[in-house]
Design a protein around this ligand. Structure first.
Ligand code: HEM
Length: 502
C-alpha cells in the first residue's frame, strides 16, 4: 500500500522528469536549437545573467559572435544578431503598419521604469502609445531645432566661459563633467525653461549620482528577471525599499516632479519643448494620461542628457587621443569660423571631418552597447527568412556589430576617414551602424543630438587646446550595465593661441 507521502514524492518526481524532458527538448530539439551558441546558453539564462552583472557583457558578446557567427543563441529564448542594413529594419522596423513593430522586451524596459519611478514613459510604453511619441517627435523636428538654435548657442557660451577660467589656471579637469553639465542644463532649459545650475559648479549633478549608483543594481535585477520576472521584481522591490536607497530615489523623483509642476504653474515667456507638447496635445483627439506626461518629461530631462554625455565622452576621448585628426579638425574649424558667435549648425553640418569624428566615436562606444531587446509576438515573427516562435527575445548587439572585422577593416581602430570615402575602407559596411536605432521607436531626438554635439565640439575646438591627461589612460576600460558607467575624461586644457581671429 503506497502512503500519501510516497505518492507526493512520486508525483514530484514525475513533474521533475517531465520538466527536465521538456527543458532538454527545448534546448536540443526546440525551434531555436538550430542556432549556434555556447551549449549552456541553450539550457539556462545563467551565463547571460552573469555576463550582465560583470559589466563586461559587451566584450564577451563580441567574442561569442566572432566564434559562433552572426546569429547566436544566448539563452533558451534569446537570440543576438550582428546588425546589417537589412536586419535592423527587420527587427526594429514597422511591420504591417505602426502598431506591428516587435514589442519591447518588458523584462528590461519595465525594470528601468520601476527602478526610477518613470511609470508608463514613452521609452517603455508599448507601440500603441503613439500620441505622445508624435508630440515629442514634432517638438524635436528640424524646424523646432532651428527655432531653438539661439538657445543652444547661449548654453555653449556659458560652457566656454566656465572652462576659460579653468584653462587660465591650466587645471587638469574631467571634461566629462563639462559634457554632463552642459547637456543637463541645456536640456532642462529646453524642455522646462528651468536652469538646473550644473555648469555653475561644473560638477556631476545629483541625478548622475543616482543613475551611476543604480546601474549595477539594475543589471542584477535584469539578470534575475531573465529567470523569473516575478522573482526579479520582488528582489528589486526589496532593494529599492532599503531606506537609504528609497530616500535617494524619492528625492530624485520629487525634485523632477517639482520642476515640472513649477513649470506648468508658470508658463515661460519663450516657448520651450513643453509649450509645444502641451499646445499640440490640446489639439489631439486622444488625451495623454498624466502619468505618461510626467514620466516622459523626466525621460527627456534625465535620460536624454545621459545619452548625450555618454556620446560626447566617447567622441571626445577618441578625438583627443589622436593628435593628427585633432589638429586637422582644429585647423578646419578655426579657419572657417573667426569666433564663437560665428558658429552655426548649418555650416558645421557641412564639415565632413567633424561629422566623421562624431560617427566614429559613436561606433566605438555605442549607447547602449548591448541589445535593445524585442519580443516575438503571439503570432511569432519571420526574421531573415526563419520563423521565430512567440515569446522569444531578440535584437542587434551594437558593440559586437561595430567591432566585427566582417563589417569593418580594423574594427577596433579609430579611423574617421572610413566615413569620408577613403578607398582603404571601401568594404566597410557603414550602413550597419544605427546608433539611434531604426523604425517607429527610433530615437526622436536624433537631429537635436547632432545639433548639440556639433556645437559643443566646435565651441571647444575654437576656444581651447586640449590634450588627454595621463589619468585618462583608463578611460577605455569602462563597464557597461546596459548603459556605460563612464570613467572620468581627464584632460589638460589651455586657451587657444591660434584661432582664426589671431
Ligand atoms: C547621442 C545621443 C543619443 C543616442 C545615441 C540615443 C539613442 C537612442 C536609441 C538607440 C533609442 C532606441 C531605444 C530603444 O529602442 O529601446 C532611443 C530612444 C529614445 N531616445 Fe534617444 N538617444 C540619444 C539622445 C537622446 C536625447 C537627447 C533625448 C531627449 C531629449 C532622447 C530621447 C529618447 C526617447 C524619448 C526615446 C524612446 C523613443 C520611443 O521608444 O518611442 N534621446 N534613443
Amino acid at each position: 500500500m503506497i502512503s500519501t507521502i510516497d505518492l507526493a514524492v512520486l508525483l514530484l518526481c514525475i513533474i521533475f522528469v517531465w520538466l527536465a524532458i521538456r527543458k532538454a527538448y527545448h534546448a536540443t530539439r526546440g525551434p531555436l536549437s538550430a542556432f549556434p551558441g555556447p551549449r549552456l546558453c541553450a539550457w539556462t539564462d545563467l551565463p547571460q545573467g552573469y555576463w550582465k552583472v560583470t559589466g563586461r557583457e559587451h566584450e564577451i558578446m563580441a567574442d561569442i559572435h566572432s566564434k559562433y557567427g552572426p546569429v547566436v543563441r544566448i539563452g533558451p529564448r534569446h537570440l543576438s544578431y550582428i546588425g546589417t542594413a537589412t536586419i535592423w529594419p527587420e527587427i526594429y522596423g514597422e511591420r504591417v503598419g505602426y502598431i506591428n513593430c516587435l514589442p519591447k522586451d518588458k523584462r528590461l524596459y519595465d525594470l528601468i521604469e520601476d527602478c526610477f519611478g518613470w511609470k508608463d514613459s514613452l521609452a517603455a510604453a508599448p507601440d500603441d502609445h503613439k500620441v505622445i511619441r508624435k508630440l515629442v517627435v514634432s517638438s524635436f523636428s528640424p524646424r523646432m531645432n532651428k527655432h531653438f538654435e539661439p538657445r543652444y548657442k547661449g548654453w555653449m557660451k556659458k560652457m566656454v566661459d566656465k572652462l576659460v577660467r579653468k584653462a587660465e589656471q591650466a587645471e587638469v579637469l574631467d571634461l566629462g563633467k563639462a559634457f554632463q553639465c552642459v547637456a543637463v542644463d541645456l536640456q532642462t532649459d529646453l524642455v522646462l525653461s528651468v536652469d538646473a545650475e550644473s555648469l555653475k559648479t561644473l560638477d556631476y549633478p545629483p541625478t548622475k549620482v543616482v543613475v551611476n549608483g543604480s546601474l549595477q543594481g539594475v543589471a542584477v535585477a535584469h539578470a534575475l528577471r531573465l529567470f523569473s520576472p516575478s522573482v526579479g521584481r520582488a528582489v528589486q522591490k526589496t532593494i529599492v525599499n532599503i531606506p537609504h536607497v528609497r530616500k535617494l530615489l524619492d528625492n530624485f523623483a520629487i525634485t523632477l516632479s517639482n520642476r515640472i509642476d513649477a513649470r506648468l504653474a508658470n508658463p515661460p515667456p519663450e516657448n520651450d519643448v513643453l509649450t509645444e507638447v502641451l499646445r499640440k496635445s490640446e489639439l489631439s483627439p486622444v488625451p495623454i494620461p498624466r502619468d505618461q506626461f510626467y514620466s516622459t518629461t523626466k525621460i527627456l530631462t534625465v535620460a536624454g542628457p545621459e545619452a548625450m554625455t555618454s556620446a560626447m565622452n566617447t567622441i571626445g576621448y577618441h578625438l583627443f587621443q589622436e593628435p593628427g585628426t585633432f589638429k586637422t579638425l582644429v585647423n578646419q574649424i578655426r579657419t572657417r569660423f573667426q569666433k564663437q558667435d560665428d558658429l552655426s549648425v548649418e555650416a558645421l553640418s557641412e564639415m565632413d571631418l567633424l561629422t566623421a569624428v562624431i560617427k566614429e566615436g559613436h561606433r566605438l562606444y555605442p549607447l547602449p552597447p548591448g541589445i535593445l531587446p524585442r519580443c516575438t509576438p503571439k503570432e511569432g515573427a519571420w526574421i531573415q527568412g526563419v520563423w521565430i516562435p512567440p515569446n522569444n527575445s531578440l535584437g542587434v548587439h551594437q558593440w559586437a556589430t561595430y567591432r566585427s572585422e566582417t563589417n569593418f577593416l580594423d574594427a577596433n581602430g579609430y579611423h574617421p576617414e572610413r566615413w569620408m570615402g577613403d578607398p582603404k575602407f571601401q568594404n566597410d559596411r557603414l550602413d550597419c551602424v544605427q546608433i539611434f536605432s531604426v523604425g517607429a521607436r527610433r530615437c526622436p531626438a536624433e537631429i537635436f543630438s547632432w545639433y548639440v554635439i556639433r556645437l559643443v565640439f566646435a565651441s571647444l575646438l575654437i576656444n581651447f587646446d586640449i590634450e588627454l591627461a595621463e589619468e585618462a589612460s583608463e578611460w577605455p576600460q569602462q563597464k557597461s550595465y546596459w548603459i556605460w558607467r563612464t570613467r572620468p575624461l581627464m584632460c589638460k586644457i589651455r586657451l587657444a593661441k591660434n584661432t582664426g581671429a589671431n
